[in-house]
Design a protein around this ligand. Structure first.
Ligand SMILES: [Zn+2]
Length: 412
């Protein structure tokens, strides 16, 4: 049912004035030490990509202690808990558990005053702590949400995890048809609304040839020359500024010594856009550039005429090493109206951004989804110097709670 901004606005004021929501706010104000404690504890449990199970066990325990129902983990390791309601559709409140840090990274999680330090403390310690804080606030204030709320601590958001946790949720009919709105909590802050899913596709591009001695086999196909030609041609591909679309060749490798014709060479290519069709076009351009480069090198070998028996053995391969779907929230989407009205009510300034988050998955399916921060402030994401400042977390938590309840509706 479409609603205008004006009809949403009074809801937030009325919602905030209800005794239960005021009680939840008071509880949030008093519980900061508990939130910091959760955040330190969870960040102390390593959660490298594809290695989130120990942290998942901890989440399972938390969800149970917070009184969520049907608490379980699924086949890929997502931890799910339900706060039931009366509606036929649900709202997902999710936060990714995984970090970018490989197994064995020294964590050294610590607190100094209002600041917490250590890898993953903010991304996504802040998001997970906020999700737990909201679940606990709902419980302590005995708020009865109309639409059910599905709490999801998901795996595989970062890097080569490729959003596998969220993909799994939205591939299951049970969840895909049940979840109407998705609120992904990612990192610190309350000043952004990620409403455009920046998609990406990444490739390892490999060229192969027979190899040989630089002097005695001169003229044989050279994979480095193949990639060189492919790069030159691909880099001439025009890209639109709207929707913003980009490409990058970030890594090149190949060859063994200065006096050897290499047997192989490779490059890593990153393509990004908020439009799936632009991503498809860039992928097609990359494939075309590579095929043409191979053809040119075969012709060059033939023209050199020195290796009539060896222009074969030349091949190329394009391996998909990353794939995140793109999508965009409709400007009139209810979830956007709700968060904007909540921000106006709280006097909070936030900007709409495009990024790659767990919200990509529902957005790419045409569902209403945003990603927002867990409050407080943070920095140094994806570095060992990562930090989080708890000061001001309250605002971020109120923002999440009000948005969630405005979407879910509250029973009197
Ligand atoms: Zn994150």
């Amino acid at each position: 049912m479409p609603e205008t901004l004006n009809s949403t606005q009074p809801d937030i004021a009325r919602l905030s004035a209800s005794p239960q929501v005021r009680q939840a706010f008071a509880w949030i104000r008093a519980q900061e030490p508990q939130f910091a404690h959760w955040q330190l504890e969870l960040a102390s449990i390593p959660a490298p990509p594809f290695g989130e199970s120990a942290r998942g066990q901890w989440m399972l325990q938390c969800f149970r202690e917070l009184g969520l129902e049907e608490v379980h983990h699924d086949e890929v390791g997502n931890v799910i808990g339900l706060r039931p309601g009366s509606g036929a559709h649900a709202i997902a409140l999710s936060a990714h558990m995984d970090t970018v840090f490989p197994a064995g990274t020294p964590l050294n999680i610590r607190q100094q005053g209002t600041r917490l330090y250590g890898p993953g403390i903010s991304d996504n310690g802040a998001g997970v702590a906020a999700m737990l804080a909201v679940a606990a606030a709902l419980r302590s204030s005995k708020i009865r949400n109309c639409l059910p709320i599905v709490f999801i601590a998901n795996v595989g958001e970062e890097g080569e995890g490729d959003l596998r946790g969220m993909r799994h949720i939205f591939a299951a009919a049970q969840w895909k048809d049940f979840i109407r709105y998705s609120l992904a909590l990612d990192g610190a802050g309350a000043d952004t609304i990620v409403a455009e899913a920046r998609g990406s596709r990444r490739f390892e591009v490999i060229g192969r040839g027979p190899g040989g001695h630089s002097w005695s086999d001169f003229g044989a196909a050279n994979p480095i020359l193949i990639l060189g030609r492919a790069m030159d041609s691909f880099a001439r591909t025009p890209v639109p500024t709207t929707p913003k679309s980009t490409y990058n060749i970030g890594v090149i490798r190949g060859g063994t010594s200065v006096n050897s014709i290499p047997e192989s060479a490779s490059m890593r290519v990153d393509i990004r856009s908020t439009s799936m069709s632009e991503i498809d076009k860039l992928e097609a351009a990359l494939r075309r550039s590579l095929e043409e480069a191979v053809m040119q090198e075969i012709r060059a070998v033939e023209a050199r005429g020195l290796h009539p028996h060896r222009p074969s053995g030349v091949s190329s391969e394009l391996i998909l090493i990353g794939n995140r779907p793109a999508g965009e929230l409709d400007a009139n989407a209810r979830i956007l109206q709700v968060i904007r009205t909540v921000d106006a009510y709280l006097g909070n300034t936030a900007h709409v951004q495009r990024a790659s988050t767990d919200a990509n998955v529902p957005l790419s399916l045409g569902r209403e989804a945003i990603a927002i921060g867990g409050g407080g402030a943070g920095g140094g994401a994806h570095t060992l110097q990562e930090w989080f400042d708890c000061a001001g977390r309250e605002l971020g938590l109120k923002r999440i709670l009000l948005s969630l309840l405005a979407l879910a509706g509250v029973e009197d």
